[in-house]
Design a protein. Structure first.
Length: 225
């Protein structure tokens, strides 16, 4: 039973919708043993930072706070800066400039109390009908997405006082998921029956940046890099 009660879940807190009700629910949930932390959406800077402190006080332990901030803290929290989508930097920036963007996003996240960044987006912009990925991706070339994704994450890896990196998989979708998509990624027709059709290679190529990060994380865990 103790294992079942281990902190595993991160409920969302939508300060951009019903701030009063969401804050009350979050404070109640913070006292539950299954809560690892919260995923934060919206709010003013001081409001968010204060809520983070109140939630940890209610929990009586350290919590994790996550947010979608690949475009800077202002993507979610008013009072913080916002920079252009990652696709802009994928098109024109070098590795040092991409790392600088990560540095800025991490610094802003810390000001709000966020210590898990849902960034970078590692999806390859390979499906033109996908309304979700778009400019959130570094681009349409899997190798470029992989290189820029590493540049973005390397700064967070260097300094444990900075937010942890959590790469994003938005999915191979052709409809918006805000709201509506039940299945963000699917095999192209025929692929699972051993007869790959057009689009199969593209879908698999899109997984390459994620495979690279997985190998890197495993090597670090084993002490090999």
């Amino acid at each position: 039973m103790k294992q079942l009660a281990a902190p595993l879940l991160m409920p969302g807190v939508r300060l951009d919708r019903d701030a009063g009700g969401e804050t009350k629910r979050a404070l109640e949930r913070a006292r539950q043993p299954w809560v690892m932390g919260f995923c934060l959406f919206g709010g003013e800077l001081e409001q968010v930072a204060s809520l983070v402190r109140d939630l940890e006080d209610a929990a009586g332990r350290e919590l994790r706070f996550a947010s979608d901030m690949e475009r800077g803290g202002g993507q979610q929290v008013r009072g913080l800066a916002t920079h252009p989508p990652l696709g802009v930097f994928g098109a024109v920036a070098d590795a040092a400039e991409v790392e600088a963007i990560a540095r800025a996003a991490a610094s802003q996240a810390r000001r709000a109390g966020v210590d898990v960044l849902f960034a970078p987006v590692l999806d390859v912009r390979s499906e033109p009908r996908n309304p979700i990925v778009g400019a959130r991706s570094f681009g349409s070339d899997a190798q470029r997405v992989q290189i820029d994704g590493r540049s973005y994450a390397v700064y967070l890896d260097r300094d444990t006082a900075r937010p942890r990196v959590q790469v994003i998989r938005l999915g191979y979708a052709r409809r918006a998921d805000h709201p509506g998509v039940r299945r963000a990624w699917r095999w192209p027709d025929g692929a699972r029956r051993g007869r790959p059709r057009q689009g199969h290679d593209r879908a698999l190529d899109g997984l390459a940046p994620f495979a690279s990060f997985a190998r890197r994380a495993l090597a670090a865990e084993l002490g090999d890099g």
